[in-house]
Design a protein around this ligand. Sequence first.
Ligand code: PRP
Length: 176
Amino acid sequence: MTSARTALLANFRWHGGHADVWRVFADGDALASVVTGLADPWRGSAVSRVVGIESRGFLLGAAVAVSLGVGFVAVRKDGGLFPDATVTTEAEEDYRGLRHRLRMQAVLTPADRVLLVDDWAERGSQARAARYLVESTGATFLGISLLVDQLPAPVRSSLGRVTALVSADELGDPGA
Ligand SMILES: O=P(O)(O)OC[C@H]1O[C@H](OP(=O)(O)OP(=O)(O)O)[C@H](O)[C@@H]1O
């Protein structure tokens, strides 16, 4: 299998200054490689649940949860329905200047050890809000596994252990 870093760098594209991460998932070998690459650093960490943020975090988080043999818990952004009790928080502005109300079903327990999975973190606002939701249940937040790390250092240090396949500056010029 191609290495996760190689698969990501080979399949990622900029389009008009926007990052196209979805394209990476369209190739079966690349998808399998990046999922393995997200999961591998956490295999010895006794993760009991993976949490993923809508929407690319749903796709990657669920795949990583299967790879680690644990369950998946969704964090929804505005609008989507949840059929049972939720915990809620308002995230700080994201990389687009938007503020999202994040919601998570109240299924974690204080015994859970939680890994957050997402494709990209820039300001880290969604990740910090997800950490708050996890810890509000009494569960332990272990850290975050990312495809792309663009976090400012002080934010990264507030998110537990952070692993990533690449840093944003390895992806080249968005305007190229
Ligand atoms: O670090 P921050 O600046 O807070 O932003 C990070 C979030 O932004 C992206 O999601 P996006 O809003 O693009 O949603 P999508 O996955 O539905 O496209 C990414 O998947 C993270 O969830």
